[in-house]
Design a protein around this ligand. Structure first.
Ligand code: SIN
Length: 332
């Protein structure tokens, strides 16, 4: 028995009736290629594999999920274009990587906006957060849900305790102007580079540092080539699980409802993994002895907040002051 579709997607289900999507051959399974850039032992990697396994249990013969981790199929600069061309059906790029499609999701990159992941979750589940899942739909991409990774830390070749320590250093960032402004605020040099290139850039010392979550720093071995990690928790790295409107609305309605319900369960599973990995991978890095984890004093942290927070004002017009207030209020 197929589950009931959530109300947010009822409207999409209705538009499917008038949308001429791709036709699926009656006897062949519908193939969902899920492309992502991280390792399998990460929240996103585990969620994708769980989704694949659950779809096999529930829709065997009707739908087949193929997962491509580690940028094997598409890197993060290509996956959304490939999705619009029908070459991949599911992805979960970080929220920072949608800038070419919408300015609204830039809210998630504002430094020091959320005090912890509980606040992120509250905002994402609020009416404002849910509305943002539709921010790219006029560009042909539908957000099916949020997936957590966690809060970002700063890794570097030298210890970073106060903002002046970052001045003049080169940091790899995801493709986001907010993240560029965040590093410019501390007089550092931001470089937009794909995730697949980060390890080599760090290893060859072409860059001095980068920002990422504990699970990405651990699973991609950045800690082996970065002697210092500042536990700054200065921003969030979460994902929007996304598909193309053409593919989604072209699915038979019973299949679409079951795929969505299964995805919701896989996301919940992935969020639990994210929570565990944020603690476990931090500890694994400390235990390795390869990288020193720097805990900031309150006074040191306040200095980072003071220099980075003005970035909010710079992007207020694009994002909307009310939305920023709503996100900020999710900390209460
Ligand atoms: C990801 O977690 O998908 C990659 C994040 C990054 O590009 O740093």
């Amino acid at each position: 028995m197929f589950r009931k579709v959530t109300s947010a997607f009822a409207a999409l289900a209705f538009s499917a009736a008038v949308f001429a999507g791709p036709a699926f051959a009656a006897d062949d399974p519908i193939v969902i290629k899920f492309s992502h850039v991280v390792a399998e032992n990460t929240p996103k990697g585990q969620m994708a594999n769980k989704f694949k396994d659950m779809i096999k249990e529930r829709l065997d013969g009707k739908v087949k999920v193929e997962v491509f981790p580690n940028s094997q199929l598409f890197g993060d600069n290509k996956v959304l274009e490939a999705m619009l061309l029908g070459d991949v059906q599911l992805a979960a790029p970080s929220l920072s990587k949608f800038e070419r499609y919408t300015k609204s999701l830039q809210i998630y990159d504002l430094p020091f906006l959320f005090k912890d992941m509980a606040a992120v979750e509250r905002f994402q589940q609020s009416a404002d957060g849910q509305k943002l899942l539709h921010a790219t739909s006029d560009r042909g991409l539908i957000g099916l849900g949020y997936l957590h990774n966690g809060l970002k830390q700063l890794s570097a070749s030298e210890p970073l305790r106060v903002p002046q320590d970052a001045a003049g250093k080169k940091f790899r960032i995801m493709s986001s102007d907010v993240l560029a402004a965040q590093f410019q605020a501390v007089d550092a040099v931001p470089l937009k580079k794909p995730f697949s290139e980060v390890f080599t850039l760090l290893q060859t010392k072409a860059i001095d540092g980068q920002e990422n979550t504990w699970s990405n720093i651990y699973s991609k071995k950045f800690f082996e080539v970065q002697p210092y990690i500042t536990e700054s928790n200065h921003g969030v790295l979460d994902y929007m699980v996304v598909t193309s409107k053409e593919f989604w609305l072209g699915l038979p309605v019973d299949i679409r409802n079951e795929v969505k319900a299964t995805l919701d369960e896989a996301i919940k599973f992935g969020n639990d993994v994210a929570d565990q990995k944020a603690k476990a991978d931090r500890q694994r890095i400390i235990d390795s002895g390869r990288s020193e984890v720097i805990e900031l004093t309150d006074a040191e942290r306040s200095q980072w907040v003071e220099v980075m927070k003005p970035v909010w004002k710079e992007f207020e017009e694009d994002i909307g002051p009310d939305l920023i207030d709503a996100a900020y209020n999710s900390n209460m």
